[in-house]
Design a protein around this ligand. Sequence first.
Ligand code: 0CJ
Ligand code: F3S
Length: 339
Amino acid sequence: MDSHAPDLSPQALSSTSSGTGKKVLLANPRGYCAGVDRAVVTVEKALELYGAPVYVRKQIVHNVHVVRTLEKRGAIFVEETEEVPEGSIVVFSAHGVAPTVHEEAKALNLRTIDATCPLVTKVHMEARRFASDDFDILLIGHEGHEEVVGTSGEAPEHIHLIDGPDDVANVQVRDPERVVWLSQTTLSVDETMRTVAALKERFPKLISPPSDDICYATQNRQMAVKRFAGQCDLVLVVGSRNSSNSVRLVEVALECGARASHLIDYPEDIDLAWLEGVQTVGLTSGASVPDDLVRGVLAVLSQHGFDDVEVVTEAEERLTFSLPRELKKDLRAASPASS
Ligand code: 0CJ
Ligand code: F3S
């Protein structure tokens, strides 16, 4: 971590103002969710336990900085299972994989560690259950996103992808009386509700998922941005371009009244022209973003007079997930005393 980065404790934040009138509203919660923390720690522990290299299928989470940092420690990221040398260890990313990927790994005699977020696994289980009850499943999600590819792979014969409200008119189902909708975990809550409303118009008997598929972290980060967007001349979202939940935060900020909003990977990505005439900056980060990067952004903002930082709290998150079973077993075997 950058030792010059600002202290984000409440005491420090309440005493930093230099009276410029320039202000930062800092979203809470922001950054790492329980599933990302688990996935990143999984790769770190695997590197410690087995030694480098550890192969990871796809980006473990959609964040450039996280991937670069793990690469430096000896992780090798591959796009497809077949790129992993026979007999090696491979970690599956937080976004989940189709059953065919497990089969490919088995055929190559790979040792797999599945870092799929348990909340994604829950959606996979819903897909399997509704498919076995012979429902048509309308999966709301972004075409080509890894999570959607993985979930669709659970029941390709039953799943129809709905990528936003415009896809609703053309979808064909076998029996309009047996239709359920499920979703990707990292969508815009508001847009998804618009899509569901359109689907219900077409299929009045449409069944909803047994519990929210858009996860708690996605929802909380969007709600936190909604709290301050209307007061902001600019909302900065730290996150990578391929991070669905991060991109959604920019959209939410703009929809909810922010005059401008930008997605940045690093503090250096801030274009100083964005700060011209700005009094209030909102700051948040996607679920795959380490908080060091947010601290770096606060340091840059402070250098430009934005040193009055107010934390805007939407929710306190305490959820944690235990490490993948297969890794825990090996960790226990390696150090029985600490388990
Ligand atoms: O799908 C997930 C399990 C979310 C992981 C956390 O975020 P990120 O940025 O890796 O992925 P999304 O593109 O799904 O937001
Ligand atoms: Fe899981 Fe949601 Fe994070 S699905 S990985 S808790 S963004």
